[in-house]
Design a protein around this ligand. Structure first.
Ligand SMILES: *Cc1c(COP(=O)(O)O)cnc(C)c1O
Length: 478
């Protein structure tokens, strides 16, 4: 037995790298990072096709590898095809970007591997995360008593919010078929997913009409709620958006909030994309009244330019969040009402979780908030600049003036099918690959879509796209 243990130990100890080996791995990874960052200027934003799948079909074996060879696999097997989210030419979907210090934050979080789920296990990690949530709660204008959670993204944050709303309004399985929900056709599809996952797919879903700018029509909302109540339904939830994915539209919170309040509905705000524009003046001008929402989702991996994996949920009354998730809630809640100090595990479906605070805290502290404010303001002005220039470009027409940083537009050929023409135009832009744009359908029409939210996107990027669109359209017409 002793021989056996000795043999196993010598094998198992290979998992324990020395300090020197740790440093060596990081130096190699640092070299890789340096090449990656230096190459971004020249890199494509979009490359069709997919890399050689050989590294993935090789499987796994007892054979030990070498860090340089493995980093080469990352370079040639992952960071080649598809969309390059690190490139400032990413002008499709809602880009994030991934500020570099977040990667260092993840590294530091993983080196220490603190358990950020429970305060007892890591008071420092939990307090860091709490300070970030409180900063965000202050940003949206929530009063004391608000709280929230750092999540993996907006979809999970929205799911958590809807479960919180369901519990706060006491909607049981029996009530579901009668309990109506209000949202527009522009609400993000993750709301549907969340309703499905949370057992609320059978709630009557009422699609509220929109104005010409794709914003919820508050008058129509109130009318629908009253009519539904008269019909015997139990209206209980409004889902508004601050920055829709298709057009970046902001639902009129100042008009919606009093209706939700007077009618006793939970008001949830999906600000996954738009929320952090509160950091700049132009954003604050259009994002008024957020604080009236009972719950708000905002994505640091969008508006704070973090790498993927960071969403946030804020709830006006943190006890609502705890009641919906706290596994100890029945016998701990009274004690906690006094202290208001919840651990992340009390406020989410997760127990073990990554220490997400570090990837947020490090860049915010390292850069300070000023460059974030400037970058967000710059994105709004770049969208306005694009909207103005594309409106003036022969043959093109633009959608509504952007509330935030999304612009829809299309080319209108003098003859022929406009949808087919714009599909070809999109394909041509994608095959150029220097910038990546996307499309959507609005009112049954195929339109092109610009979403500016990358910290590496500047005026030269937008000018490149404008020139490319103009040249390509002329070539396709001719
Ligand atoms: C991106 C987005 C989501 C989904 O968030 P993920 O972080 O991708 O899960 C939800 N709502 C809106 C408005 C979004 O822009």
């Amino acid at each position: 037995m002793l021989d056996k243990l000795k043999e196993l130990e010598s094998q198992a100890r290979k998992l324990e790298v020395s300090g020197q080996e740790a440093e060596h791995l990081i130096i190699e990874a640092g070299r890789h990072a340096r090449q990656f960052v230096d190459g971004l200027e020249e890199a494509q934003t979009y490359t069709a096709g997919s890399p050689d799948p050989a590294p993935w079909s090789a499987g796994f074996s007892d054979q030990a590898g070498h860090i340089r060879e493995l980093l080469d696999v990352v370079s040639s097997g992952v960071n080649t095809h598809g969309i390059n989210p690190a490139s400032g030419g990413h002008l499709g979907y809602i880009p994030g970007g991934g500020v570099f210090p977040s990667a260092v934050g993840d590294f530091l979080a993983d080196v220490g591997n603190r358990f950020a789920g429970i305060e007892f296990a890591s008071p420092g990690a939990v307090q860091m995360e709490r300070s970030l949530v409180q900063w965000m709660a202050g940003l949206v204008g929530y009063p004391e008593g608000a709280g929230g959670d750092l999540t993996s993204g907006g979809s999970i944050a929205n799911l958590t919010a809807l479960v919180t709303a369901r519990e706060a309004r006491g909607i049981s399985a029996r009530d579901i078929p009668n309990s109506s929900i209000y949202l527009t056709a522009q609400a993000h599809h993750c709301i549907d997913k969340a309703l499905c996952v949370a057992g609320m797919a059978e709630c009557p879903k009422r699609i509220v009409p929109m104005d010409g700018g794709y914003r919820m029509d508050a008058t129509a909302l109130e009318k629908m709620i009253r009519e539904d109540r008269a019909e015997g339904l139990n209206p209980w939830l409004v889902v508004a958006s601050a920055g829709t994915t298709d057009t970046g539209a902001i639902d009129p919170l100042p008009a919606i909030a009093p209706i939700a309040r007077d009618q006793g509905l939970w008001l949830h705000l999906d600000a996954a994309y738009g929320g952090f524009f509160l950091l700049c003046e132009e954003g604050r001008e259009v994002l008024s009244g957020l604080e009236a929402a009972d719950s708000i989702v905002m994505d640091p991996h969008k508006g704070l330019f973090l790498p993927y994996g960071s969403g946030a949920l804020l709830v006006r009354n943190v006890h609502d969040l705890a009641r919906a998730h706290g596994y100890e809630a029945n016998y701990m809640l009274d004690a906690r009402e006094a202290s208001q100090e919840y651990s992340p595990a009390d406020l989410s479906a997760e127990l073990s979780r990554p220490f997400r605070g570090m990837r947020l805290w490090l860049p915010l502290k390292l850069f300070g908030l000023a460059p974030f404010r400037a970058a967000l303001s710059e994105k709004i002005w770049l969208a306005r600049y694009f909207h103005q220039r594309i409106s003036d470009m022969p043959g093109f027409e633009a959608g509504p003036r952007p509330d935030l940083s999304v612009v829809t537009y299309r080319y209108v050929p003098e003859n022929g099918d406009a949808d087919a023409f714009n599909r070809r135009l999109l394909q041509e832009v994608l095959s150029d690959g220097k910038v990546f744009i996307s499309s959507t359908r609005l009112d049954g029409r195929f339109v092109l879509r610009l979403a500016v939210l990358h910290y590496r996107t500047h005026k030269s990027t937008i000018d490149y796209l404008l020139d490319l669109l103009s040249e390509t359209a002329r070539r396709l017409v001719g």
